[in-house]
Design a binder for this molecule. Structure first.
Ligand code: GDP
Length: 194
């Protein structure tokens, strides 16, 4: 799909008329080890399994969720699966993405810096309509926290991003992470159309 409407819903039948069945390409970015795969597995399979690690190539999972008004949203979730260090992958990876989820680990200031690098990359090379969510994962590790909630909040506010702290381990805020950016991405748009 080569339309210029990357921030808009894509309907399942491709016609853009069936607003009840949306398809959303969502890309995950962030340092290796911050928990991207675990977040996706928690969301898609409802489990925390640190051992089931995809190791080859970019992995792809999809999950359909239903919203209150019988609208369904099929997420196509792209996880770099360790390929994030290859800069050449990036443009292909972002292409057509409506939502970018940039993950850091609240126990790792380095991963927070890396998240900021990815935000800048997306601002330079991503679609101007892309909805970005900044995610501080491993929120269950309170005693090891090294990135303050306020730092994540301040940074995301400055960059017009949605912000949330999650735990793939306890499932805290995992569903919210996937639902709230949608509201930003699509419902505001529908309101304008209506
Ligand atoms: P990725 O490289 O970003 O995909 O990271 P993974 O999903 O492979 O996770 C890396 C490590 O972090 C694994 O050992 C997980 O067990 C651990 N991990 C992931 N999410 C959480 C979390 O929310 N809390 C805790 N305590 N550990 C987590």
């Amino acid at each position: 799909r080569e339309s210029g409407q990357l921030g808009r819903p894509n309907s399942e039948n491709g016609g853009g008329q069936d607003a009840k069945n949306l398809r959303v390409k969502l890309v995950l970015l962030g340092d290796s080890g911050v928990g991207k795969s675990c977040i996706v597995l928690r969301f898609v399979r409802g489990q925390f399994d640190p051992t089931s690690k995809v190791t080859v190539g970019a992995s792809f999972l999809s999950q359909t969720i239903a919203l209150q008004d019988s609208t369904t949203v099929k997420f196509e979730i792209w996880d770099t699966a360790g390929q994030e260090r290859y800069a050449a992958l990036a443009p292909l990876y972002y292409r057509g993405a409506s939502v970018a989820v940039i993950v850091y680990d609240i126990t790792s200031p380095e991963s927070f810096s890396k998240a900021q690098y990815w935000v800048k990359e997306l601002q330079k090379h991503g679609s101007p309509d892309i909805v970005m969510a900044l995610v501080g994962n491993k929120a269950d590790l309170h005693e090891k926290r090294e990135v303050a909630v306020q730092d994540g909040m301040d940074y995301s506010e400055k960059n017009g991003m949605f912000f949330i702290e999650t735990s793939a381990k306890t499932a805290d805020n995992i569903n919210e992470l996937f639902e709230v950016p949608l509201i930003f991405a699509f419902f505001s748009d529908w309101l304008q159309i209506a």
